[in-house]
Design a binder for this molecule. Structure first.
Ligand code: NAP
Length: 240
């Protein structure tokens, strides 16, 4: 499989595709950006975010940054134009933003971005959603995640890939005590049952990038936590 994926990557590079990333300052987004640059799969990489990011490594020198006001995204439609592939790793928490703020970011901003991306020519939209997403749920988080998945599906992208990772394992910069505690408790679970409820952010990022080069006959693809692990580990040799 490693040979196949390498061949697919080589072929993909010849297509000169461009991509944008939403949420590149976040835990998954920043790792995804590193992987995107290392992979050299795209001839143009644009970050769309609410603030300009600073990078020291020369690897980032050709990255384009579009700083937008997410409450007035229509005014920034041009930022989304001319990208073949979109990666969305946007998100906040109810604890940080309150109920309304959470819905605004995780539903309104995501959907509006997807609409502008579609209008701007994006053919493959990748959404980082979450394990348990369910538009019929009575709980806010899974309901909003499920609702936004469904609303983006209605935009009818040529290809739409939904990733539903479990608890993200990372060394989070922002203080989220409950999440920190959950991660600590889940360390032994992650060791014993790595694909059950946790996933390292690097695996999510690699999964998105491996998937992008894999041909798909499905217009809509949905990857649960185990599937994200499998995709992210494609072509990697397992340690004995
Ligand atoms: N935490 C978990 O264990 C977990 C599990 C499964 C799925 N997920 C989902 O996976 C996705 C990525 O999660 P993550 O933990 O990697 O992300 P994260 O570290 O929380 O980063 C979120 C990104 O969204 C941006 N953002 C947040 N609020 C914003 C606002 N009001 N306006 C504009 N941009 C805003 C942030 O920009 P700034 O840097 O400017 O704030 C950042 O780039 C989210 O949708 C999350 O719900 C999380």
């Amino acid at each position: 499989m490693s040979q196949d994926i390498n061949k697919l990557r080589e072929m993909y590079r010849t297509f000169n595709k461009s991509c944008f990333i939403l949420g590149a300052s976040g835990e998954t987004g920043k790792v995804l950006l590193q992987e995107v640059l290392k992979s050299q799969l795209f001839s143009k990489v644009t970050l769309i975010g609410r603030r300009k990011l600073t990078f020291e490594d020369a690897m980032y020198e050709n990255v384009i940054q579009e700083v937008v006001d997410f409450d007035k995204l229509d005014d920034y439609a041009s930022a989304f134009q001319g990208h073949d592939v979109g990666f969305c790793c946007l998100g906040t928490t109810r604890g940080k933003a309150g109920v309304e703020g959470f819905i605004r970011v995780d539903y309104d901003y995501v959907l509006k971005s997807a609409q502008l991306a579609k209008a701007g020519g994006c053919t493959h939209f990748n959404l980082q959603s979450s394990k348990g997403a369910d538009k019929s749920s009575t709980m806010l988080y899974p309901k909003i995640k499920g609702q936004v998945e469904a609303a983006v599906e209605e935009l009818n992208f040529d290809r739409y890939s939904i990733f539903r990772p479990g608890m993200l394992m990372c060394d989070r910069q922002e203080s989220r005590p409950m999440e920190w505690m959950a991660r600590k408790v889940l360390v032994p679970v992650a060791y014993m049952f790595p694909t059950a409820i946790t996933i390292p952010v690097l695996v999510v990022a690699k999964a998105m990038l491996n998937n992008v080069v894999l041909p798909s006959e499905k217009k809509v693809e949905l990857f649960h936590n185990k599937g994200v692990h499998e995709l992210g580990e494609l072509g990697e040799t397992k340690e004995k």
